[in-house]
Design a binder for this molecule. Structure first.
Ligand code: SF4
Length: 382
């Protein structure tokens, strides 16, 4: 049965960005105050110290520095945090250690130093290889800087380099993307993620949309574009292993798969989530509150929820349908006792609509099915 392995994942949130991108609703502080950046690793170590009784000694299969902009961290601080993780946990020798990097914040030396600090997978926020679109997305970098970062990342010594792209601005056509794509593939990234531009409440992009500006490709055109990418990606040897994620065989993100298979994880930093199988908790949402709690010697979790059988079942269905391995009814039965009889007819009908294949036991979504994974799950769960 496909289950999470027995290791845990560690997520480290780094809530700083040089400048806020107009579409982004993640928690981060805009502008980089050097004293806050210097103090932040101390806070993370303090949180680790307070939490270690619960998690100490566990085997760690992956660590992920996400943000925000983790590439703003001093590589020496990354090294110090890695030493602390190794001291408190059994970090697998083959653990995947990822850091998200913004191309506008790295140079050759910084990437080499991050690699030397223990990072073995770099996730590069390229977003586009077109200057007009990078300006629209409010990114720090231009096309040339993105390519330079990619070049440096490939030579720095990381085991894996993956690239994030943003799809769905009004400036995109298959022709413009094909040209960018051909260049990107010359660098052979191990993974490529396509994220759909979405309108998040309270963002500058949402305000621009409210004032009548066209900020999106029409939905149908965005779907056509994603399906066009799917053909190009498959032709280049990549596997569509999750809704937004593609990888060369064997280069799938271990950390992300751990989340999708409901593995346990410890989250450090403001707004970071932790999950221990039945209980999910999340930290205080801002750096100010997080820092105040820790300085008063208190753990920073803000809220938590206990997951009952219904939530667990529903989460399991959603997460499995978001992966190409799909929904396995035998596994579902082993875990939850039985599955609703009407599912078989429903999965046959979904397959007949061209969204995947069903052999009576496993429903495997195809590219179109993965793009509609949440809708399929909602149909099954009524
Ligand atoms: S760099 Fe990333 S986290 Fe920071 S504002 Fe932009 S999209 Fe959000």
């Amino acid at each position: 049965m496909r289950t999470a392995d027995s290791t845990i994942g560690i997520y480290v949130h780094v809530p700083f960005c040089v400048r806020r991108c107009p579409y982004c609703a993640f928690y981060s502080l805009e502008g980089v105050a050097p004293e806050l950046l210097r103090e932040y690793p101390e806070l993370l170590l303090r949180e680790l110290e307070l939490r270690k009784n619960t998690w100490q000694g566990q085997r760690v299969g992956s660590i992920f520095f996400g943000g925000g902009t983790p590439s703003l961290l001093n590589p020496l601080d990354v090294k110090r945090l890695m030493q602390a993780f190794r001291a408190e946990f059994q970090v697998d020798s083959a653990a995947e250690i990822t850091l998200e990097a913004n191309p506008g914040t790295v140079d050759e030396q910084r990437l080499a130093d991050l690699c030397a600090a223990g990072i073995n997978r770099l996730s590069l926020g390229v977003q586009a290889l077109n200057d007009q679109r990078l300006i629209f997305l409010g990114r720090l970098h231009n096309r040339e800087q993105a390519l330079e970062a990619l070049r440096f990342a490939k030579t720095a010594g990381f085991l894996k380099v993956s690239v994030d792209l943003m799809v769905g601005t009004p400036l995109e056509t298959t022709d413009t993307w094909d040209r960018e794509f051909a260049i990107l593939l010359e660098y052979q990234p191990d993974g490529i993620s396509f994220y759909n531009l979405t309108l998040e409440e309270g963002t500058r992009l949402a305000r621009r949309a409210q004032s009548g500006e066209k900020v999106f490709l029409p939905h149908d055109e965005a779907v056509d574009l994603l399906l066009h990418f799917a053909d190009r990606m498959k032709a280049a040897g990549y596997r569509h292993y999750e809704v937004s994620n593609w990888a060369l065989p064997g280069a799938e993100s271990r950390h992300n798969k751990h989340y999708w298979n409901r593995g346990h994880y410890l989250g450090l930093g403001p707004s970071a989530h932790s999950f221990s199988g039945k209980r999910r908790e999340w930290n205080l949402p801002t750096l100010k509150l997080y820092s105040k709690a820790l300085k008063e010697g208190m753990l920073p979790p803000n809220q938590s929820e206990n997951l009952g059988i219904e939530e667990t079942r529903s989460e399991w269905v959603y997460l499995n349908l978001r992966q190409d391995e799909g929904l396995n009814l035998v596994h579902f039965k082993k875990k939850f006792g039985s599955w609703p009889q009407y599912w078989k007819a429903m999965l046959e009908s979904i397959s007949a609509q061209g969204l995947g294949s069903f052999n009576g036991e496993i429903f495997s979504p195809n590219d179109s099915g993965l793009l509609l994974a949440d809708e399929i799950a909602a149909r099954l769960l009524g």
